[in-house]
Design a protein. Structure first.
Length: 419
């Protein structure tokens, strides 16, 4: 239990930064078993349907067998969000236990700032996945909204039985709560929709496109080209429930009644009581407005991982079956409340061909974003797509900068060392 009587509780100190730096490179055990232990047809379909994607490349093995992949593959964020058995040393070395004990930034507000991804190979039916998690960086920064802040970067590195699959890099900002300025524009709530507004959303669903088997070649793309838009919404509690069916629970493990009790017995803080004094998951603020209001928000809202997956959907439908989504990053700047509608748009900002040991890599760089019905950009992002070239041939999958989980972690630590 955290000692809130400590005079440094909720305060950023030089000592807290020093403690945090001792954790760099120390593998952190994952608390829960992943939602999926291996890639299955049902797992892929449930995940894709959960964010509104019925792409046959993910959901129809007969169709997918006719593609370059030879069968269904994963939607980009499937592996990093639903798979990954713990690859940290077991048992945990005593020295690691000491370094990981407690939170150097206990009592501070923690806000997701940036989420980055790289993918090096797809997942196929029957694949398993291991995940190594570690803190790889901590930066002391001044911020307009919160004075002194700590920017903490964690890596989640994934490998299947054939090698490295992907990396997820997450940066969180830790700031003293009393110095963070609350911005009213983040708390604008949706109003009832008119029939005309709902008809506009339905028309956008009707107009959605998927490139699919119609190969998009590098030579046919120009800077300034618009990415075919998509819409998600109006967001309902039902959408959050269906998303959980494919995504899992993430924070509090799935399992009801006595299974839940066993988890709650170990971590009671994950189950604060509801209005009937019944312990319930902390995640319920995403579907229970009363819990969100207890925490100072006007109503329930979505998950960052859902919006990240939406933006990947935007890109994957635009690029087609023969392309590869190599890099993606986004920021979450505003809440996306229940009732909000998200419009996803983007454009080509650059294209280049790079010589590599594997051949010419044909890159297309995109700027993409989520914008709500009030015209506010909630999540801006960027993506790098590899396209086939008429001159240089099919996409060659990118090589990761390291060969295994530990060497990739070492690479990341070295990459983020202060100059």
């Amino acid at each position: 239990m955290t000692d809130t009587s400590d005079s440094t509780y909720g305060i950023l100190t030089d000592e807290s930064f020093e403690r945090s730096r001792t954790r760099i490179g120390v593998p952190q055990p994952l608390p829960n078993i992943p939602h999926n232990l291996e890639v299955s047809k049902d797992g892929l379909r449930h995940f894709a349907y959960g964010y509104g994607d019925d792409n046959p490349l993910y959901c129809d093995d007969e169709y997918a067998r006719g593609t370059r992949w030879g069968g269904v593959i994963n939607p980009p964020t499937f592996g990093v969000y639903t798979m990954g058995e713990d690859a940290s040393p077991r048992p945990v070395p005593p020295e690691n236990k000491m370094l990981l004990k407690g939170d150097p930034f206990a009592g501070l507000g923690s806000y997701q700032a940036v989420m980055e991804f790289e993918w090096w190979q797809p997942l196929h039916l029957g694949d398993i996945l291991k995940c190594l998690r570690a803190q790889v960086g901590v930066v002391d920064k001044k911020s307009d909204f919160g004075g002194r802040t700590a920017h903490i970067t964690h890596d989640f590195i994934y490998a299947n039985q054939h090698g490295l699959h992907a990396i997820q890099r997450g940066t969180w900002i830790n700031a003293e709560r009393h110095t963070s300025k609350e911005r009213k524009k983040e708390h604008d709530l949706p109003e009832p929709y008119t029939p005309e507004q709902l008809a506009e959303i339905d028309a956008a669903y009707e107009a959605e496109t998927r490139r699919g088997a119609d190969t998009r070649y590098f030579e046919d793309v120009e800077v300034g080209d618009v990415v075919d838009p998509k819409v998600k919404g109006p967001l309902k509690t039902t959408n959050i429930v269906v998303w959980h069916l494919g995504w899992g629970m993430q924070l509090t493990p799935p399992g009801n009644f006595s299974i839940e009790y066993k988890v709650r017995k170990k971590a009671p803080g994950l189950y604060p009581p509801n209005a009937l004094n019944i312990p319930d998951t902390v995640q319920r603020l995403h579907w229970e407005p009363e819990r969100a209001q207890e925490l100072g928000l006007p109503t329930s809202y979505d998950y960052g991982g859902l919006r990240e997956t939406w933006l990947c959907h935007l890109v994957s439908d635009w690029m087609g079956d023969d392309a590869w989504l190599w890099k993606f990053e986004c920021q979450h700047r505003r809440f996306n409340f229940i009732g909000d509608t998200t419009w996803m748009t983007g454009e080509v900002i650059d294209k280049r061909q790079v010589e590599t040991p594997q051949g010419i890599r044909s890159e297309v760089h995109l700027e993409i974003r989520c914008t709500n019905q009030r015209g506010v950009v909630t999540s801006p992002g960027k993506a790098v797509v590899l396209l086939p070239s008429r001159e240089h041939g099919d996409v060659v999958l990118p090589k990761p900068p390291a060969s295994d989980l530990q060497s990739m972690l070492d690479y990341e630590i070295d990459r983020l060392k202060p100059e």
